[in-house]
Design a protein around this ligand. Structure first.
Ligand code: PGA
Length: 260
């Protein structure tokens, strides 16, 4: 895993955006796996800026979002489809027919989840998967105890995640208890993964993910087994990393041809 420590949240978000932009410039028809939450907002703003100012072209890009709440009515401001429309899709030129989400209103959820996996495969697989991390170590909504081989399915949120996400809904009671999420196995199939973590509240999960044992108790730790995974953090999220100085040294001494 390549661990990149940036001084500030904005620098970390810009670094993540640069990695995504390099992917799209290198392969116009890239398949991107996308994430929601407060962490990637700055990434999407920067991508929109690169689209406007540097003609970063998304015309051939396909996207699959990681997850969606179950049961929120269409157009609900906290649905992830609405989040992505607001922060990215209304600002860049990804064709609507190539944008994919789990459907939180599907009548037959298992059949829909199997179809989502098929759609990812039919698109050629995900080239680059953007991820956040929960304070409990989840990726997507793969909460602790998720199988590290899991595929897209329904999950029940932990009380901690419900509480973490209540800030978007106004109260704990309004947060849905269920979600559809890509599995850890689905995420591990992506050709490359990029996990972005910002802030002190993520420091413990980040350290466990990068330096702790691989365990379903901290699903993000599965990424230690991914052959092409970058972890981008700000200083606050890096405070619990034991080998932070070594990661800085590696980054500072990176050959120029490896830089994005
Ligand atoms: P956050 O969520 O970016 O809102 O902290 C991250 C996540 O739960 O994956």
């Amino acid at each position: 895993m390549e661990i990149i420590i940036k001084a500030t949240a904005v620098e970390a978000q810009h670094e993540a955006a640069r990695i995504i932009a390099a992917q799209v410039r290198g392969k116009a028809a890239s398949v991107l796996g996308l994430a929601t939450g407060s962490t990637p907002i700055g990434v999407y703003s920067h991508l929109a800026e690169l689209h406007q100012k540097e003609h970063l072209d998304f015309a051939q890009v396909t996207t699959f979002n990681l997850d969606e709440y179950v049961g929120l009515p269409e157009g609900h401001p906290q649905s992830y489809r609405e989040f992505m429309r607001q922060h990215l899709f209304s600002r860049v030129n990804i064709p609507a027919h190539r944008i994919h989400f789990p459907d939180g209103l599907a009548a037959d959820i298992p059949a829909h989840c199997a179809g989502y996996e098929t759609a990812i495969r039919q698109a050629g697989g995900i080239d680059l998967q953007l991820l956040g991390i929960g304070s409990d170590g989840h990726i997507g909504f793969n909460e602790p105890s998720s199988s590290l081989a899991s595929r897209t399915r329904i999950k029940t949120l932990t009380p901690r995640t419900v509480k973490d996400n209540a800030r978007f809904f106004g109260s704990v009671e309004q947060v849905p208890r269920h979600v559809i999420t890509m599995g850890v196995g689905t995420i591990m199939d992506a050709r490359a993964c990029l996990l972005l973590a910002i802030g002190e509240s993520k420091a413990e999960a980040v350290a466990g993910m990068a330096e702790g044992p691989i365990t379903a108790d901290l699903p993000a730790s599965a990424l230690q087994m991914h052959p092409v995974c970058k972890l981008v953090v700000d200083e606050a999220a890096a405070t619990r990393l034991r080998r932070a100085d070594y990661y800085r040294w590696v980054y500072d001494n990176k050959p120029s041809w490896q830089r994005t």
